[in-house]
Design a protein around this ligand. Sequence first.
Ligand code: FE2
Length: 316
Amino acid sequence: MRLIFTIFAILCVSLASLSGSSIQDTNSSFVIQNNIDNSRFIRSKESDEQSSIWYIIAALLSMGLILYAFRKISTQKAKSIGGVRVGEYLKTDLHSHLMPDIDDGVDSLEESIAIIREFEKLGYTKLIVTPHIMSHRYPNSSKIILAKLRAVNNLVVENRINIELEASAEYFLDDHLIELIAQRDILTFADNYLLFELSYASLPINLDSMIEFMIEHGYRPVLAHPERYLYMIGDIERYRSLKRAGVLFQLNINSLAGYYSEEVKRFAQILIDKGMIDFVGSDTHHMRHFKTMQQTVKTDLFRSIFQKNNILNQTL
Ligand SMILES: [Fe+2]
C-alpha cells in the first residue's frame, strides 16, 4: 500500500511540473510565433489549452491523494480503538446495573466488585451505575440508590480498585417519571443527562410530550439502547424526529454481538451507519454481559462506530 502511495505521489508531482514547464515553453514560443504568422499562433494556443488540461488533471490527482490520505488516517485511528484496553479510549461507562439487590442486576456485593475490577482491567476509569427506576417492578428512589452507591464505593476503595463510581438511574418512561421530574428528584449525570428507557411492548403514546417535558425542565434526555425497541426499529424517521427533538442515543455494545437478537444487531448497524449514536454503554447486569462485551469490543463492527459517529463517553 505504501508503494502505491509513493508511486501516486511521484506521478502527481511529475504531472504538475510537466504541465508547468509546458506552459512556460508555450508562453515563450507564443511571443516569437506572434511575430511570424497567425497559423502558428493558433497551434500555440491549442498547446496552451492542452497544458491547462494537464494542470486540471494534476490538481484532481493531488486532491484525490489528499482525500485518500485523510481517509487512511481516520481509518487507522478507528482501528486502534477497541481490544483489551478499550476503556482507555472510552474512559466512562454510563449504563450498568451493579448495585446489588435493587433491580435485575448483580445479586451480591462480591459480584459487583468482581465486575468493577474487570472494568478496571479493560482500562475504564469511571462507571456511572444506573439501576432501574420502574415504579411497577423496581420501585427505587434516589435515596435507595445513593445508599447502595456508598456501600459499593466503600468496597471499591477497600479493594484499591482505581475506578470512580457515580450513581444515576435508568428511568422507565411512565407517570412516575413525570412526578420525579416535577419534583426535580432526578439522578442525572455530567451535563444534566437523564437516561431513560421505553417499554419493550409498545410505543408510549405520550413519548413526544414527555421528551418536551424533560427538556423544558432543563434535562438532556438520553434514550437507552434505541436499537432494542422492536416496534419502532423499522421506522427510521421516528428516530430522526427524536434526534431533532433533542434526544441523544446510547447504543448497547452487546447489541453488536447479536446478544439480544439478529434483528437488533441489524438495526444497531443502521444507526451506526447513519451516524446517529452519541454514547456506547455496557448495560452490564452480570458477568456474562461483561464477558460478551469484552469480546465485542475487539470486532470491526464495534470499531466502525468511531468512524461514523461522534461518541461522547470521554466527556462524562
Ligand atoms: Fe439497563
